[in-house]
Design a binder for this molecule. Structure first.
Ligand code: HEC
Ligand code: HEC
Length: 385
């Protein structure tokens, strides 16, 4: 029966010549256009978010290596700093360009409370999850548990490094020559490894590398100097009651932080894994390409550096064109081979137990959800709140 009906319709269409040449009428065009454009406009559900407008993933977009490809972040208003990606954050000791966060969970609460980023306030946010600051901390902890799973995959550099460790000369040959020459500058005369240290290529400490700290409108970004003040004033720091490890090892660093004049204009050493995917560079997004970063280190002005600190670590390298290209080739070799999406690390980081307890102590409904499956809760919060 259906076959018959179809045959009838097809017959009708071919009899009338409808499908072929007759030009579309303006009515038809209008009707067709109404089926697009795609993706269609959409506005977020205001009942569903802290600010109704901005999500973690607005700035930390998974498909853009967990950042936003803008010089400076734009949430509810523009902020002065470049969005850091949230890859490999579990290896960091301090968070934010200025280290105002001493734990990943404290750092994850910050944008929710920053009027320019997501615009909430502790009270509002707490009301949202129907409880108190303990629940805000639990939210941060779930977000942190999720972000701890964001680990970049292996790179050509890792294959080379492991071949070197095994003494496998044959496998070492797969690493491109220019990258190897660049690597030798990185660990040699460039002194880059001094700060971009260890497997994550960051010492998680703060330095002034001569990047200007003036911001639009004439102010300055004091970097670490202001970061320390914010850290010590923050009720969510590791010395506060929301930490699960107040007397333990993690609080020691925060207890010993001291404000010094040299902290002015210092920013955190970013990790360099997947760096080829995370342009723009530096805390203010002022450098567009890796070649520009290499030129920055090549032409540094020593007068601009702190006389008691970086001037001893950094000096203008005056690299030749070949050396600069080699250093860029090395930096590119720190990027995953198939990397638009970072691989996920282990499902349940070992450090989660304390967080679970805190969630449970923090507040009923949200904590219950987060405690049952903190990673899922964190992933949901990240994409939705
Ligand atoms: C408006 C854009 C924006 C939004 C929204 C945003 N971030 Fe960020 N994120 C940034 C910027 C900018 C920085 C650098 C902050 C600084 O130094 O002051 C950053 C830094 C971070 C860091 C520190 C990374 C490191 O290596 O130190 C973490 C972690 C982080 N964000 C997590 C989150 C989470 C979780 C959310 C959602 C609750 C979120 N962010 C929402 C822009 C944003
Ligand atoms: C004294 C410590 C130090 C040394 C030495 C150093 N860096 Fe850096 N690097 C930093 C800091 C701090 C930043 C962030 C500076 C800022 O934003 O103001 C940075 C930023 C970068 C960035 C940008 C990353 C991003 O995500 O924005 C790259 C790439 C980089 N460095 C590569 C190198 C190379 C290559 C060398 C060697 C020629 C080197 N660095 C030497 C501390 C250092």
């Amino acid at each position: 029966m259906r076959g018959l009906a179809l045959a009838f319709v097809l017959g009708f269409l071919s009899c009338t010549g409808f499908a072929q040449n007759s030009p579309l009428s303006s009515e038809e065009i209008k009707a067709i256009l109404r089926h697009g454009p795609w993706p269609a406009l959409w506005s977020p559900d205001p009942s569903n978010r802290v600010s109704g407008k901005v999500l973690c993933a607005t700035c930390h977009a998974p498909f853009r290596a967990w950042q936003d490809a803008r010089p400076r972040a734009v949430g509810l208003a523009e902020v002065e700093r470049n969005t850091m990606n949230v890859l490999n954050v579990r290896y960091m000791r301090w968070f934010g360009w200025d280290g105002a966060g001493d734990s990943l969970w404290a750092q994850s609460i910050r944008p929710i409370l920053d009027a320019r980023e997501m615009g909430g306030r502790v009270a509002q946010t707490a009301a949202l999850v129907r409880c108190d600051a303990g629940v805000v901390a639990a939210l941060g902890k779930a977000l942190a548990a999720f972000q701890e799973t964001l680990v970049t995959g292996r790179t050509p550099f890792d294959d080379f490094r492991d071949a070197l460790a095994r003494g496998d000369a044959q496998a070492q040959k797969d690493y491109p020559e220019p990258a190897l020459r660049g690597l030798r500058i990185f660990v040699g005369k460039g002194n880059c490894s001094l700060c971009h240290a260890g497997p994550a290529f960051s010492n998680s400490e703060f330095h002034d590398t001569g990047v200007p700290f003036f911001v639009a409108g004439g102010g300055v970004d004091p970097g670490r100097h202001a970061g320390i003040k914010k850290l010590l004033a923050n009720q969510f720091n590791l010395l506060g009651r929301h930490s699960d490890d107040r007397g333990g090892k993690s609080a020691v660093r925060t207890r010993h932080v001291a404000l010094e004049h040299r902290n002015f204009g210092e920013f955190k050493t970013p990790g360099l894994r997947n760096v080829a995917l995370t342009a723009l560079y530096m805390h203010n997004g002022s450098l567009g390409a890796l070649a520009d970063v290499v030129r920055h280190y090549s032409e540094l002005s020593a007068d601009r550096l702190h006389s008691d600190g970086e001037v001893l670590l950094l000096r203008p390298l005056r690299l030749s064109a070949q050396e600069s290209a080699d250093l860029v080739a090395f930096l590119e070799s720190l990027t995953e081979k198939k990397a638009s999406r970072p691989r996920r690390g282990p499902r349940r980081p070992a450090s989660n137990d304390g967080r679970l307890r805190a969630c449970a102590a923090g507040g009923p409904a949200a904590a219950g959800r987060a405690a049952r499956d903190p990673l899922r809760a964190g992933a949901r919060f990240f994409a939705r709140c």
